[in-house]
Write a new protein. Structure first.
Length: 376
């Protein structure tokens, strides 16, 4: 059986580490050719020794030398790594816009891209969709669920539904939201994820980003992409069929399940280390409508999607800055929305290249920093 020759970008993050955990279970099926880290250069030797990788890319300016493997640097290093002829599969789990460059390169070279990184589709979805080669498989649980539900069934589906846990503040009244601290927001009720995405889950921005990604992945118009709050996070996605029947994808909330699915697609492999859903123990599954007034970033994401490029990129860029400021205790939880809304109102331009989008993102980030300076 042919082994998968994998490159893992963002190997030291939450998705990266869980991917390595899946690879650890299937050593006879996967070769790790190379990986990237940003600041955690101390992890390079351990990862390369355990998985036998020959290349590591450092995307930050940190210096690191190794006698055992080739060290590459920056965006060029990522592109060089994914372009190696022996590489057939690339998993993109970095943070930030840098993920788009290896994604586009791998797709152009007709490789499989397993995409976790959100910015790639949110900010550059139009550009990614222009490339007709390669295979793009989503890693995020909701999109993985929809990818599986829609396969060979797209013509039968009238709308798609993404579920959201509702985050830690699902039942917190509006006036209390001003007072919540980063420590409270980082306590996600069902998923164990990186800090930035955990804050985005608390504001529902994460779901807004996922609606935008779903649009670019599956091509349904914004009014056919629904969000339902489902606190248990057992159902990850649903499709409504033309005859009003629904199909749902369910699993225990563990990112290793969609990571494994993407890695071995179209094969579904047995992995007894993954927990199964105990329906009798859970007893019931609950559903609520998302509260657009307490969590206004979600309706703003729909608005960004309707307006099109560059609005999703502007929104995401301002949110990055606002979330970082909130994590540093510089602004209130509710100021995240204030910052994003203000940047949204100033979003301009008709970008025709990736560089144009990058420039808009840079300007929005500058604006958001100034705005935060004024309000903090
Ligand atoms: P983490 O913050 O846990 O990890 C981020 C990874 O990217 C680390 O390897 C980090 O390197 C690297 N990194 C950080 N900044 C940069 C940068 N500027 N350029 C290149 N690499 C960078 O994030 P997650 O694993 O949680 O998320 C990764 C991506 O996947 C995000 O886009 C997120 O939205 C998405 N995602 C995450 C899910 C989850 O469950 N965690 C679910 C679905 C999507 P280092 O540690 O060496 O500094
Ligand atoms: Mg998700």
């Amino acid at each position: 059986m042919k082994k998968i020759n994998l490159v893992l970008l963002g190997a030291t993050g939450s998705i990266g580490r869980q991917t390595l955990d899946v690879v650890r279970r299937f050593r006879d099926r996967v070769n790790l050719i190379g990986f990237s880290v940003h600041t955690n250069v101390q992890a390079i030797e351990a990862i390369s020794q355990e998985f036998g990788a020959s290349y590591a890319v450092i995307t930050s300016d940190i210096n690191f030398k190794s006698e055992d493997l080739s060290i590459l640097h920056g965006e060029e290093g990522l592109i060089e790594l994914v372009s190696l002829p022996e590489v057939d599969t690339v998993l993109i789990a970095t943070l930030g816009t840098i993920g788009v460059y290896p994604t586009l390169q791998a797709l152009k070279l007709n490789k499989r891209v397993l995409l976790a990184n959100k910015e790639t589709l949110v900010a550059f979805g139009e550009f990614v969709n222009k490339i007709k080669t390669g295979l793009l498989i989503p890693v995020d649980s909701e999109h993985s669920a929809l990818f599986q539900l829609l396969e060979n069934r797209k013509d039968e589906v009238s709308s798609i539904i993404l579920t959201a846990s509702g985050g830690p503040f699902r039942n917190v009244p509006e006036k209390e939201l001003k007072k919540v601290r980063p420590e409270d927001a980082l306590r996600h009720p069902t998923w164990n994820m990186g800090a930035k995405i955990t804050i985005d889950s608390a504001t529902l921005m994460n779901k807004g980003l996922e609606v935008i990604e779903a649009y670019y992945l599956f091509g349904f118009p914004p009014d056919k992409i629904e969000v339902i709050i489902h606190p248990q996070s057992i159902i990850h996605g649903m499709v409504k069929l033309k005859d009003n029947a629904f199909m749902a994808h369910m699993s225990y909330p563990d990112m290793r399940i969609p990571i494994q699915y993407a890695l071995f697609y179209p094969e579904r492999l047995q992995n007894t280390s993954l927990r199964e859903v105990d329906f009798l123990k859970i007893g019931h599954l609950d559903f609520e409508a998302p509260d657009f007034s307490r969590f206004p970033l979600l309706p703003l994401a729909y608005e960004a999607l309707k307006r099109g490029t560059p609005y999703p990129a502007c929104m995401n860029a301002a949110n990055d800055i606002a979330v970082a400021a909130f994590l540093q205790h510089r602004i209130k939880f509710t100021d995240i929305y204030r910052t994003v809304e203000s940047a949204f109102d100033r979003c301009r331009g008709k970008p025709t290249t990736l560089e144009d989008v990058e420039q808009i993102i840079k300007e929005v980030k500058e604006y958001a920093k100034e705005f935060i300076q004024q309000i903090s």
